[in-house]
Write a protein that binds this ligand. Structure first.
Ligand SMILES: Cc1cc2nc3c(=O)[nH]c(=O)nc-3n(C[C@H](O)[C@H](O)[C@H](O)COP(=O)(O)O)c2cc1C
Length: 270
């Protein structure tokens, strides 16, 4: 609290307090998901109980879990999911790592996807650094049946991305992201900014609470930064493909992706 109080003061916020309530209960979230009418349920940060998987299946949902290593993919397969998302270290935001330390689980998408494809019998969804039709074709060449894209949609018109965050993504270069625990206490990739540099210096004794406590602690700061357009205090999650981000509607992005897949396949066939 002492470490981050000066930043709160800079944004005109009262001194932060140690959070006591850190989020929704899993049961409440699962209940909401079951009632949502969605056709797919995708989770991260671990395994979900067998009973939950069965309940989701009974509602006709496809259940996907997130893996950042082959061992995690095998654990997910054993837990009964329908498909595995292989999430490479290029990915923006938090990653699902749950068996080992985040630092030893930084496997790039190009290396991770075929190793997961070889290890599991389930369909594999590739994720991390995929920004256009070329990336989608590459993921399919590695054995993935589908892709999951995050950063590419942050700058779509419909996204709720705050203006300062959106502008930072559109201006960013591929060497301007890094993995940090500063905002949430859990490793996540975002655009390097002042808060990240000053709070997470990479030392083991940096005063950062474990996830989700740090996340709750910094929430008011991030909200105020978004409202005040102060990008130096925003958790601007973004992946290494950031230079390829485009500003357009989601529909136009989807149309462009379909066109680029065809162009790429034609180019390779030639
Ligand atoms: C703003 C944002 C927040 C994210 N939050 C999470 C998260 O909480 N847990 C997780 O496993 N992945 C999270 N991700 C990663 C996505 O699930 C996905 O794997 C990633 O965006 C794919 O890589 P790309 O960003 O290069 O497209 C997040 C991504 C973004 C852009």
């Amino acid at each position: 609290v002492r470490r981050i109080a000066p930043y709160f003061a800079e944004l005109g916020l009262p001194c932060p307090v140690v959070p006591t309530r850190v989020g929704e209960s899993f049961e409440a979230q699962l209940e909401a998901a079951l009632d949502s009418g969605a056709s797919a349920f995708s989770f991260t940060f671990g395994l979900v109980p067998q009973a939950a998987i069965e309940a989701l299946r009974r509602r006709g949902m496809v259940v996907l879990g997130t893996a950042t290593t082959v061992d995690e993919a095998l654990a997910l397969e054993a837990s009964g999911v329908d498909a595995v998302v292989a999430q490479g270290s290029e990915a923006g935001g938090h990653r699902g790592t749950f068996l080992r330390d985040a630092r030893t689980s930084q496997i790039g998408t190009m290396a991770l996807v075929p190793q997961v494809v070889d290890a599991v019998k389930l369909p594999v969804v590739a994720s991390g650094g995929i920004m256009d039709g070329r990336g989608i074709v590459a993921a399919r060449a590695l054995g993935a049946v589908a892709v999951q894209m995050g950063t590419a949609f942050l700058t779509c018109d419909e996204a709720g991305t705050p203006a300062a965050y959106r502008a930072a993504v559109l201006a960013a270069r591929e060497d301007e992201t890094r993995v940090t625990r500063a905002y949430s206490g859990r490793a996540a990739r975002g655009l390097v900014n002042r808060f990240m540099r000053e709070v997470d210096t990479g030392r083991d004794d940096d005063p950062i609470l474990p996830y989700p406590l740090q996340n709750a602690l910094t929430r008011p700061l991030r909200a105020a930064a978004a409202a005040q357009g102060r990008s130096e205090f925003l958790s601007a999650w973004a992946g290494q493909g950031v230079r390829l981000a485009r500003s357009r509607s989601a529909a136009d992005l989807m149309i462009a992706l379909a066109r680029e897949i065809e162009e790429t396949e034609t180019r390779i066939a030639r």
